[in-house]
Structures are given as C-alpha cells and as structure tokens.
Design a protein around this ligand. Sequence first.
Ligand code: NAI
Ligand code: MG
Length: 482
Amino acid sequence: MTQRQLPLAEAFIEGQRIPARDTFADLDPSTGRPCARVSRCGPAEIDRAVTAARTAFEKTWRRTTAATRAAACRAVAGTLRAHRRELAELECLDTGKPISQAYTDADVAARYFDFYAGSVEALHGRTLLDHPDLLAYTLQEPHGVCGHIIPWNYPMQITARTLAPALAAGNTCVLKPAEDAPLTPLRIAELATEAGLPAGVLNAVPGTGPEAGAALAAHPGLDHLAFTGSRRTGRSVMTAAARGIVPVTLELGGKSPHLVFPDHDPAATVPRIVTSVIEHAGQNCSAGTRVLVHEGVHAQVSTALAEAFTGLRIGPGAEDPDLGPLISARQRGTVLDHIDAGRKAARLVVGGGVPDVAAGGFFVEPTLFDDVPPDAAIAQEEIFGPVLCVTPFGDAAEAVALADATTYGLSAGVWTRDIGLAHAVARALRVSQVFVNTYSAAGGVELPFGGYRQSGFGREKGFAALLEYTRVKAVAIQVDPL
Ligand code: NAI
Ligand code: MG
C-alpha cells in the first residue's frame, strides 16, 4: 500500500469530517509500518470544535430530557455493537493489542453507553433543610462544554469511559485522541452522530499533544477538562486549565501492587497476576506491576511466575498472542531503559530483551525481576511495559507500607483467604480500587476509578463519573407559612 492509499483519520466537527490541511503517519506497532495518515489539527480546529460544542449545548443538548439523552446513549451502544468487528480490527491494527482484547474493548465501550443511559435517569437532586419558612433543593446540572484528552493504550474504552457520562449528563464534548492511536475514537465520534447524537454534541479533533492537545487544554471556552495520560502531561494540562479556573479530572497511571499472603490460593493468584501485567503488554494504567509476597511463600510464587512468564506467546496483535507489541519505538526504548536500570538493582529472572518475532514490530519480552529493593527505580516508576517486580515482605503492616511506598495510588490486588485481613488491608491501602482474590484490570464499568495521591483526582466509571460531569446548584425559596 502506498502512503496515498492509506486511510485518512480526519477531524469530526459539527457532524462532518473536516478535510486535513497537513497529515502525519500513524503506525501499526506489530510491523512498524504506517497504517493510516492522521490530520494534523491545531488551535484553529480546536476552536471550531469548541464553538460547535458550545452552540450545540446552548441550542440543543441542555434542553433535552434525561430520557432523550438516555435513548441517544442506548442508540450509540447499539451502533458500537453493530460495528464490533470493524472497531476491534481497527483497534488491533492501531495499538497492536491482541485481537481478543480489542473485542473486549469494543464490548466494554458499548457497555459504558448502556450504563450511563440507565444511570442518568436515576440522577436527581435532593430536598434540603427542614425549615418552616424555606423550601430548598439541589439541581444536578451539566458543566457545559467538556474537553477530553485521551491516551493510546485503550482508545476505545477510554473514549467511551469519558464521553458516555459527560454526554448522558447533558454536556457537549470535544475529544482529542492520542497521535499514536486515533482511529477508533474518530470512528466512534462519527458512528455516534450517525446513531442520532445531534451535530456538534460530540466533536473529535486529532493532532499532536503540543499542538491540538495544548490548544484544547488552554481553550477559554471549556467548562471542564478530563485528561488521561502521563503525570508530566497531566501537570501541564492542569496548569493550562488553571488560567481559566477550568475544573479538571486527571487519571495519571500507577504502580499498582499485588499483596500475596501465605494463605493465598496459588492456582488462582499466579495466572491472574500474570494477566494483570501482560494485558496489552503492560500498557495499562492499572497494570499490577509489583508483587509483594510474604517471605514464607516467596520462593513458590516466584517459581510459578517464572514458569508462567516463560510460557507466554508473543506476536502481532492479529494472531491473538498473550501479548503483542508496545505502541511505538519510543515506548520500547523507554521500557528497555527501565529494564537496563533494573538489571543493576535487582535479579533478572525471565526476559529483558527484544524477542525474535515479526521484524519491525515494537516488541519487548515479558520480563520478571525478583528481590527488587522497594526504592529501586523499577519498583517506583510507571514502566508501561510487560515488566513485573517481586519484593518479599514479613508481615501485613510491612506489606501495606510497601504497597503505599510509591507516589502513585490507583489499584491493588489482595490475595488471602482470611476475610478479616482482606478487609483490614483494603481499608488501609491508599488506592481507589482494591480487588480481593481477583484483579479486574479491564472493564469494571460500574466501579468508581481514579487516583489517590499522584495518580490524579476525580472519579471515572460508575455512578461517581456521572456526578463528576455535573455540578450542584442549591435553590432556596422563601415560603411564608399559611
Ligand atoms: P502523554 O501523557 O504525553 O499523552 C496522553 C495524551 O496527551 C495524548 O493525547 C497526547 O497527544 C496528549 N498531550 C501530549 N502533550 C500534551 C500537551 N502539552 N498538552 C495537552 N495534551 C498533550 O503520554 P505519552 O507520552 O504517550 O506516554 C508516556 C507515558 O505516559 C507512558 O509511558 C505511561 O507511563 C504514561 N501513560 C499513562 C496512561 C494512563 O492510562 N494513565 C496512558 C498513556 C500513557
Ligand atoms: Mg497506531
């Protein structure tokens, strides 16, 4: 295929594709070759999209009933299901993830729209203040125009996760997908509009972070900004939004631990820990990247993890391996640098290199380190690759202290049959999601999710996200007694 024949990912504003002025290449990570051209949008397109969203908010969307918006969200869910195969294949091509994971992502994306269709009809204000002369109540109002800047790891799921509650709550949206994986977000914007969202309610503008992303974050016409991505970019986005006092939601990744106690069930624990760190080759904000294991079972767990890691299949996403490539040569370089630093600090047990599969793809071997000192960079920093670090502990207090000993706080897995211990540990951990004897890294549409500490703030998923996309107004009325 020549470059001119590649599909063109263009901005979608006010119900129409906007012809590209300039483009850049989007790569297939499984081969390293271009799979699409992407419109290189900037401040002009962002401004046009924000203006379209403002008009749609004032003229149409804010005047709709919850039932109307629920029906629209249900229609979007239906259309995503009808295009499940197309979306999954596009996601697999653009991100390199195993095709079965891409199908799951399409299903979860549809589920978000269904969930917020249902929950927005249960959203209501309250009656306040028992007072003879006053009637007071609250209204749950949409912010207005919401900006959404999303990353490349779960483009379909994160598009749906961030847009569905915002749209259901009555906001209009401008989405900026990541430069490395814009194909499904742009397609979803188009499909959602075909399914019945009025033009301008959902707009999507591709481009680079410094051009399109920065223009959206700094746009004075926004009423809310949601960002998912790196801590560094999160900081700059929050700073830009601060100028206009625009409220932000930040989801900035993590260094999520598994806490494995002596009475865990090895048959359940080990496979789920492995899945939690190799799903999408570890490029997952809630990947379970640290195993904190009681010293009494350390040797057994390490041996079982090493066996499992050795047996993993790696290859192009379309072949549905256990893990596919990383998103880019840059991401692979970052992960290999972390691994090199890890070799000096800890014991490399499995992997550590570049596997001999599919020339040109951005692959890294699943990599297991043992006896990792808690202060080593590989135990502290988000690697975003298939790298697992094992560290032993002596008792539960030490396990919790180690779990909390990074600057992040997103998810955690607790592996024990002692129900009292499980509850005590769940309560002590400074994270937003605790899984006991399971680890649901994908999906979890109904469970509130977000950061403690530097993993960010604000909540996505669940009913909590619907509240996040509204603000509360109190109305008090003098009612003179009869
Ligand atoms: P990034 O945070 O730079 O990119 C995320 C989004 O922000 C993209 O849409 C990008 O275009 C946009 N962006 C970049 N610079 C911007 C700016 N100045 N203003 C506004 N928007 C901007 O993430 P990147 O560089 O792709 O990945 C680097 C690391 O970030 C990864 O290794 C991983 O550790 C972390 N990350 C975390 C994610 C999460 O789910 N929390 C997702 C992706 C990356
Ligand atoms: Mg791509």
